[in-house]
Each structure stands twice: as structure tokens, then as C-alpha cells.
Design a binder for this molecule. Sequence first.
Ligand code: ATP
Length: 301
Amino acid sequence: MEQRVQKEHMGGHLPTRLKGLDNALCGGIPFGVLTELVGPAGIGKTQLCLKLALLASLPTAYGGLGGRVIYIDVESKFSSKRMIEMGSKSFPDVFHTKGMAQEMAGRILVLQPASLSEFTKSLQQLKISLLQNQVKLLIIDSMAALISGEYGQGPARQHLLGWHISSIKSLAEFSRIPVVVTNQVRSQTRDEACQYSFQGQSREKAVEDHTGYDSHLVAALGIHWAHAVTIRLVLDSKSGKRFIKLAKSPISPPLAFPFNITSSGISLLNDDGIELTGPEINSIHCQGHSDIINFDGERFQ
Ligand SMILES: Nc1ncnc2c1ncn2[C@@H]1O[C@H](COP(=O)(O)OP(=O)(O)OP(=O)(O)O)[C@@H](O)[C@H]1O
């Protein structure tokens, strides 16, 4: 294992090409551990996942991992069209080379489990296929959606995921690939319309319609999950600006990077990062007030 780790491509990291974030993470998303992207609906988690899938399938000569990707797309959000748009804007040379876009597309296997039991079956088969197929990245978008609605809320469903969490963690360790999992935050009122949305019209409408609601947020997967992840990136929005916050990392202090989303995908507006302290690290902002993500299903006071 030690020799394998030493020989790892790119020092065991998948560069995100977001310079400030890569610097803070000593090269990018680390191999062998879980990286969580958490944030409200519409903030850009799937956009980041698509970019990472693109980078993992990009030929090594262009700085990618040149490998296969398994993309578990729980909510049918994967868009090959969007990925090609990002690819052709970010890497025009590669995408204008005949056959290259098809070759890269052929490396990304998208699985769409319709239920938790289908997901459980895929996980059981994944261990073998990760090794046999030179898979360089596993993405699960989103983990929370797998259990939403099916098994109620709170400790019961979090307990239900215990096996899955251990399995995913051991898959990452055993196959030494980066595993990226998205997690939503939801309002404790459980009112659908009260979920924070960052998509113009609907967001304003939702907030207007529910003024006076105590709409604080909780991360959907509970404390066991919170401890299983090594890197946590919180995506949120404050005063109309989106931020990626490196909220949990064994090597970096908590930092926030402003970002935007363009046709070429997510890009940072500044690579320096703003150092965060106190509850700000785990808070999600919306409409002038902030709420702290609580990984235990209760609100922090
Ligand atoms: N082609 C594009 N050009 C610019 N911005 C885009 C483009 N496509 C998507 N976006 C931005 O991406 C946002 C949607 O992001 P995304 O689908 O990643 O959200 P998410 O965090 O995954 O949400 P959910 O939790 O609902 O899955 C849109 O609000 C829009 O701002």
C-alpha cells in the first residue's frame, strides 16, 4: 500500500483546476478518502461534479487522470450536453481533436439507481469493477436523495445508511480513488418550498411566501456520515455571491473562495481564499441571515 501511494499519479490528487482550492488541498481532491460537497439546491454541486468527471476522464497529457469514472446519478441530473459544453470551453484543443470527446464520454459510466436497494446492489458490485476497469473517480450525486421520502427522517434513516457509509469509505480506501459525494441541506420545517433555492425567480418567491418561517437548515445525513468524510466543501451564497468553503480538511485552515458558474463550469473569482473562524465555517447564508449546518439533526444554538 505504501509503494502504491508513493507511485500515485499527481501525488494522489485529482486537480480541480480551481487554483486556490487546489493549493489549499495540496493538489486537489485526495485519493482514498471521501470528499463531500454540501449546499442548498441550485448552488452548483452538480456543476462541480460534472467538471470533476471531465477532469478525471481527460487524457493525462492534458493534465487529467485519463481514467474511467463511475457517476451515480440519483436525481437524473447528469447532463452529457453540459459536460461537452464545459469541455469544449475549457479544453478546446482536446475537444476539437477528432474522436476525443466520444472517447472521453465512453469513459464515464452513469448509473441511475431507482431505489436504495438498487444502489445497495451497485455498491456490492462496485469493488470489483473499480479495480477491473481502471476507474479513477467515483461520484455519488446525491447521497441524500437516495433516502429522501423513502424511510422518513432523523435517526432511523441515518441508521439505515450506516452500512452504505462504511462501504463507500472502504471502497475509497481500498481502491485509492477520490470519492466525491454530494449532500443537500434541507429546511427543518420540511416544507419543500422552503428549501433554499438560488435560481432567481423561484428563490425570491419561496422566501416571500414563507416569511416568518423558522427555516434553518440541517445536513441530511447525520453524524456518522459527518465523521466519515475527510474533506467537506460547503457551497453557499451571501450577498448575491457564491462561495466554496473548505470547511473540513486535515491539512488546511477553513477558507472561503468566491466563485461563479459560466459556460466553462465553476471558476474562482479569487484564489487567495478568505480565512474563516467560528460558526461561519459551517454556516449557510441566505437572504441576510445565516444558519449553521448541524450534522446531528439538531440545531446549534
Ligand atoms: N451553462 C451554464 N452557464 C452558466 N451557469 C450555469 C449553466 N448551467 C448551470 N448553471 C448554473 O448552475 C446552477 C445549478 O447548479 P447545480 O445543478 O449544480 O445545483 P445543485 O447544487 O446540484 O442543486 P441540487 O441540490 O438541486 O442538485 C444554476 O443555478 C445556474 O446558475
